[in-house]
Design a protein around this ligand. Structure first.
Ligand code: GLP
Length: 240
């Protein structure tokens, strides 16, 4: 695992955006894996600026998002479809036919099988961006997840529902289930970037880097990935 400790969120965002931009320039048909949550928002706004300045072109890339809440529609203001549209896709020239986010409505088995097939048919993901939950979840792979899982339906843990309730009008409105890419799918990505900032992520970061590899902390499995870099601020890195 490589670790970069950077002193501000803005600088982390610029650094990560520059890696994504390099990937797009290096291979204009890149398969990019995107995450939601507050951690990558700065990266996305920097990528939008790079697009506006004519530095990068999204027209040939394909994207796969990690996850989506199950039971809410694409146009719900807290769906991850909505998040990606408002924070990135509406502002760049990505071809919508090449944007993939799990459906939040429909038969979960079919949704998961189709998502797995689509990722496989593209030959896997070149570069995946990850955030991390306070309990070490990646995507929505909660503690107890099978390490050999592919896209699947999950029951969200109480602590995840509580953490994510800040985005909803009330905790009752937070979906209790989600569809997420599995751990095996994430491990299969060529290159992974994980962004974590703030003191509330320090414990999860510690367990990711120095903890025993265990499904109790799903992110600990990332220790086995050959090309992963963690971009941390000082608070998130404070327990290392
Ligand atoms: C959600 C997402 C994760 C994300 C996590 C942390 O649960 N499913 O992919 O990493 O939140 O979010 P944040 O970056 O807002 O702390």
């Amino acid at each position: 695992m490589k670790i970069e400790i950077i002193d501000s969120y803005k600088k982390i965002s610029r650094r990560v955006a520059s890696i994504v931009a390099r990937q797009i320039i290096y291979k204009n048909r890149s398969i990019l894996g995107f995450a939601t949550g507050s951690s990558p928002i700065g990266t996305y706004s920097t990528l939008i600026k790079m697009y506006e300045y004519g530095i990068i072109d999204f027209s040939e890339i394909t994207t796969f998002n990690l996850d989506e809440y199950y039971g809410i529609s694409e146009d719900h203001f807290q769906s991850y479809h909505y998040f990606m549209n408002t924070n990135l896709f509406d502002h760049v020239n990505v071809n919508r036919e090449n944007v993939n986010i799990p459906n939040g409505i429909g038969d979960p088995k079919t949704i998961c099988e189709e998502y797995n097939k689509k990722i496989d048919s593209c030959g896997g993901i070149d570069l995946q961006i990850l955030g991390i939950g306070r309990n070490g979840h990646i995507g929505f792979n909660e503690p107890g997840v099978e390490f050999d899982s592919t896209t699947h339906l999950v029951e969200l843990k109480k602590e995840t529902i509580e953490a994510n309730s800040r985005f909803f009008d009330s905790i009752e409105d937070v979906p209790k289930k989600a569809i997420t890419m599995g751990i095996k799918t994430i491990l299969n990505c060529q290159k992974i970037i994980l962004i974590a900032t703030g003191i509330e992520k320090a414990e999860a970061v510690f367990k990711t880097v120095r903890g025993k590899i265990s499904t109790d902390t799903p992110s600990s499995i990332l220790q086995l990935h050959p090309d992963i870099t963690l971009f941390l601020d000082e608070e998130a890195a404070s327990k290392l």
